[in-house]
Design a protein around this ligand. Structure first.
Ligand SMILES: [Zn+2]
Length: 627
């Protein structure tokens, strides 16, 4: 691309010419030594100049790409510290995403349209990223509605870790009948005649949901790579440039890592990924960990793809399910195997992340860590952290700090805040998780989403939750004293994640010598009204000096991508996250959408009042403004 002389900057031959220059910008560097800047230059993937327009002028050569930010806000590339990005990539183009959809009516219309184009033998699947609370109707679809929308195509709709709804064709495809027994910790809901009615409940284990989904067809060959590339570009659309992968169920090493490894080898990743390894089979966890310790090491890889340790599960028996619609699960005795696993890791210099939702679990884990610490084994300088920690107590936070641990929090309560509040009350919800208490102790607290099967991957929804304490349904759950300011939230989404992978010297801030990872935002995150934060997108995303996403004035400047394959993929027709920002902002469409939502809200509000599900005086609002 030829250099464009703009703002009086005339390209000339220079030896150390930048590959890319961003100028006329409002840059939030994240670097305390120089928090604001107007321009920066990147060469060989690394930032070489941070300053103002006159400072970058000398490094603009004939082949330098000059981006005029038009006065827009630029931030360091975002880093989701807990994202199931590798698994998400392998499935992305097979999924119909309801992320950001504001009415059930629209969601069902998408489903109907997708079912019509889905070939025989394939499914329509909606796998997380949404909550009934985001719909104007405030409810789930019924099996009957799925049957009506898709009479012949199997449909699987996952709602959080709570339930799944299947249509008749899907029940046939998975072979569930009146004789199928309920799996352990799960329920196949039956009608009067004993036949499954299409509802599956996690009670409280989500295994029934995932093992059913695992019966659906998967992508093969080249389609896996294409799917992964499109997912990474979808993340780039929101300004993400890094993620820490949390592995996950049905995500085996090394098989399910082959696609991402191959893409890294070919230089085709557009998101930096640090990944963790997660034993898959109950009873064989120690065998898996031992095998991995013998064959790979944390830190293996490069700036794009690297191993960061074990987790988020170390042993299955220690995992508490975060289904807030059900009582907290009582875990059996798990300390024996768990201690062996942690001992093995710490003895071999491995760090780890550990899934733990409830303080009851965290206290038991800490007792094991403290026992090992007394032997001088823990933490031995390795990085380790708790994931989630929604109900962690202050006492446990002190113990985590004493052992040198960190935390990673996600906006799971953006999607489950209402159900959590109904079960545990406003007082507990106000502290779920106690973010300010974590930060006050000087702990590293990184933020993320836990996408793709519960939360959406949209980082701006998570940032909005951190700042406002509000759910996607608009309920203000965390009070001001447990919210953080915008700069702190952004730091949790940038520098804190870099610290969890030991990359704090090269990532998370815009400083000379750091990676050229940044996003030019559609709106100024620091000044936009709070309810509009979830609608922010990136207009230009740069990773390692490469333009990996470009929209609006920058359209066409990004690297090319092969088309979505297979062609019937929902992503080919709907894309991923259904951004409401643009539709909300555009005159006629806004009025139309508002009208639709208000009618729906009033209709369903009346329906709910009649059934005692809502009180008469509570006015429904238009979620269009909130998400
Ligand atoms: Zn988890």
């Amino acid at each position: 691309m030829p250099a464009i002389p703009v703002g009086g900057l005339v390209p000339r031959a220079v030896e150390d010419a930048a590959d890319i220059v961003v100028r006329n910008a409002k840059i939030h560097t994240g670097d305390a030594r120089r928090l604001e800047a107007g321009a920066l230059a990147i060469r060989d993937g690394v930032i070489t100049v941070v300053g103002d327009d006159p400072d970058v002028a000398p490094v603009i050569g004939p082949s330098t790409v000059v981006v005029d930010a038009l006065g827009r806000r630029v931030v360091p590339g975002l880093n989701d510290a807990h994202l199931h990005v590798i698994r998400g990539g392998l499935n992305y183009v097979l999924e119909l995403r309801w992320d950001g959809v504001t009415s059930l009516r629209r969601a069902l219309a998408m489903l109907r349209e997708q079912a019509a184009r889905t070939p025989r033998g394939q499914w329509v699947r909606v796998v997380g990223g949404w909550s009934a609370e985001q719909f104007a109707e405030r409810r789930l679809p019924t099996p009957a509605e799925l049957n009506e929308a898709a009479p012949d195509t199997p449909v699987f709709v996952l709602h959080l870790y709570q339930s799944a709804i299947l249509n008749r064709a899907a029940l046939r495809a998975v072979g569930y009948t009146r004789d199928t027994p309920d799996p352990k910790g799960g329920q196949i809901v039956r009608g009067r005649g004993g036949e499954p009615n299409g509802m599956l409940l996690a009670a409280p284990s989500a295994l029934v949901l995932y093992s059913t989904l695992a019966k659906a067809p998967v992508l093969e060959g080249e389609d896996r790579a294409t799917s992964t590339r499109h997912f990474l570009r979808e993340l780039n659309r929101f300004g993400l440039t890094s993620a820490i992968d949390a592995a996950g169920g049905f995500q085996s090493f090394p098989e399910n890592y082959a696609t991402v490894t191959e893409l890294a080898r070919e230089g085709l990743l557009t998101l930096r990924i640090a990944y963790h390894l997660f034993p898959q089979t109950p009873g064989q966890e120690l065998d898996d960990l031992t095998r991995w310790i013998e064959t790979v090491r944390p830190g293996d890889g490069d700036a794009w793809l690297r191993l960061n340790g074990a987790g988020e599960n170390l042993t299955w028996a220690a995992a508490d399910f975060e289904n807030f619609a059900e009582p907290r699960p009582e875990l059996g005795s798990y300390e024996g195997e768990f201690e062996k696993a942690v001992r093995l890791l710490t003895e071999h210099g491995w760090g780890f992340r550990l899934h733990a939702t409830y303080d009851e679990t965290i206290r038991r884990d800490l007792a094991v860590f403290e026992k090992l610490a007394a032997e001088g084994l823990f933490p031995a300088g390795n990085r380790w952290l708790f994931d989630h920690a929604e109900t962690v107590s202050r006492d446990s936070l002190d113990r985590i700090a004493a052992l040198g641990g960190s935390l990673s929090v996600q906006n799971r309560l953006s999607f489950q805040g209402e159900v959590f509040t109904r079960r545990y009350g406003l007082g507990a919800a106000a502290e779920a998780p106690p973010i300010r208490a974590m930060l006050e102790r000087g702990l590293t607290v990184a933020a993320g989403t836990d996408a793709t099967r519960v939360s959406s991957y949209n980082p701006w929804v998570a940032l909005h939750w951190l700042v406002s304490g509000r759910t996607v349904g608009g309920s203000a759950i965390r009070p001001p004293q447990n919210r953080v300011d915008r700069a702190t939230a952004l730091a949790m989404y940038t520098t804190a994640g870099a610290a969890l992978t030991g990359e704090q010297d090269v990532k998370g801030v815009l400083r000379t010598g750091c990676y050229g990872d940044l996003a030019v935002l559609s709106e100024d995150y620091f000044t936009v009204p709070e309810p509009e934060i979830p609608s922010i997108e990136s207009l230009l995303t740069v990773v390692g000096g490469r333009i990996v996403h470009a929209a609006a004035e920058y359209e066409g400047m990004d690297e090319e991508l092969p088309p979505v394959s297979p062609g019937w993929s929902p992503v080919a027709h709907f894309g991923g996250y259904q951004a409401s920002g643009r539709t909300c902002g555009a005159g006629a469409r806004q009025a139309e959408l508002l009208g639709e939502v208000v009618t729906e809200s009033q209709l369903h509000h009346r329906w709910r009042v009649e059934r005692g599900l809502a009180d008469e005086h509570h006015q429904p609002f238009a979620p269009c403004f909130l998400l």
